[in-house]
Design a protein around this ligand. Sequence first.
Ligand SMILES: O=C(O)CCC(=O)C(=O)O
Ligand SMILES: [Fe+2]
Length: 346
Amino acid sequence: MGATKYANRSIPRISLADFDNRIDEITSQLVKAAETDGFFSLTDTQISISEIDAIFTTSESFFALPDDAKATVAFTHKNVGWEKRSQVRPSTGFPDQKESYQLQFGDNMADKWIAEAALPGFKARAQIFMDKAQGVSEMLMTCFARGLGFPDDFFVKVHNITRPDCQSVLRLLHYFEVDRANGPIPESFYRAGAHADWDLLTLLFQRSGESGLEICPGREVVTSFGMGDTWTKVVFNPGDIVCNIGDLLMSWSDDRFKSTFHRVKAPSEADDYYGPRYSIAFFNQPCLDCTIQGPLKKYPTVTGAEFTKAAMDRNFGALQAKKEQLSQRERTNTATPVTPQVAASA
Ligand SMILES: O=C(O)CCC(=O)C(=O)O
Ligand SMILES: [Fe+2]
């Protein structure tokens, strides 16, 4: 594998301190970040370092369960539950080398919470954290609504976590350790293959020392899969929340705000992190019956359900094209593409 091409870009760091008094200043900083690389980190948020540490401990305790216990809450196409090595990104055609557990607020979670007896306190701890993540998201939604000239509660209203059909997701992630002793990793090995998220916006919680998140800016229209090959490492400060704009907000802003390709790099170079990696993503997904259109009406009006279906269809189409390309290569290569199991939110 050749050396990765890197460019140094600085990812803006935006403070949410004194939010109510500074809302216009924060809005202009967020809008600027969204218009350029679509990635930024938040500091002085309502979530403390010890709360972030605690949810990572909770997440680790879930992943430490035996697979047959985790399989009691197996992934379903309602975008909830546990999966292992089954999410295939259209950019790669191979499953990410990770396991994840997706949690939601409403009815979709009905039988997908790990049993209290298997992991006492898990559900209560996760729900407290999900509420906190929603709180930070709502601050950002208010600013982005204001920045686009919509009423302040425009995005908050359609990402209402008290609705039983709410679609937002907390995804706990565990990328498996890579044993350097086994030699170079195969070309088909990815931690999280390059992708753009298709939600409104994503909050990412990272752990110190567990690097790997990289971005590849340059996407100009939401319908394109085109991606460059020059990456930037996302460096974060403990306690910060890394955020990225998703396809939904890119579309809802008539492509003004950028939903940027990103990945968790499979370790292959000297400075890369080979150990087990834990991260947590909070995806803000719209209610299915909301209507979506940017102020300039660049794209036709769609419902939340239609937007999600179109995103999944686009992903599926791109994955088919990738599999076709891989199977043509197969004549000279023994690696076999895999059929996707997970059509997740990103
Ligand atoms: O694990 C990370 O740091 C990023 C995860 C991510 O991009 C995703 O799950 O969509
Ligand atoms: Fe992502």
